[in-house]
Design a protein around this ligand. Sequence first.
Ligand code: C5J
Length: 227
Amino acid sequence: MITTHAEPYPYAFDLARTALLCIDFQRDFVEPGGFGESLGNDVSRLRTAIEPTQRVLAALRERDALIIHTREGHRPDLTDLFPAKGNRGNPSLRIGDEGPMGRLLVRGSAGHDIIPELAPLEGEVVLDKPGKDSFYATDLETILRARGITHLIVTGVTTEVCVQTTVRAANDRGFDCLILSDCTGSYFPEFHESALAMFSAQGGIVGWVTTSQELLTVVSSSSATKE
Ligand code: C5J
């Protein structure tokens, strides 16, 4: 077992039963010209999460942990897009419209890809999802249960949307979630801080929160390797 400092109290996990979730680090959310920017957001705010997540990915790849990358998006024919989602906000550009990186939030478009800095390696799970919750209409739970995963280390964007929704869903399914504060990001700094505070409030009602540095320190000093 490895134990790291965390809020609201130390988080203990067995790397063999732990997966790293990298949520929606897609060009559509992080780069100019994508879906996030089409909604009027300053996408540069998400970039602070990239470098610490690179370090965590490298350390957990080294330890042969299960790595799962999620991507929010839709089928090219948009048959899996609810009108409620497509119309929300009455935006000038909608999901499926042509943008500078191809059709917004559509599978197969350049904008739907994960940013090159955090690109999945061969053999890592890439999970496409139509919603905010990574468990909704996906086989994520099956993948985790099949590997005996009980603990999730969570990174991704945005903190208060897909990260928070997924962590709440994971918590209700009995997974112990550790959210890495500097490996998550939001277009709204105040929402980022609030979401992090909500996770660990009330004795960790949704999960634990720590930094990448705290995690990396204990992972690098632990000697166990995954079997
Ligand atoms: C949003 C996400 N913000 N990945 N998606 O629409 O958080």
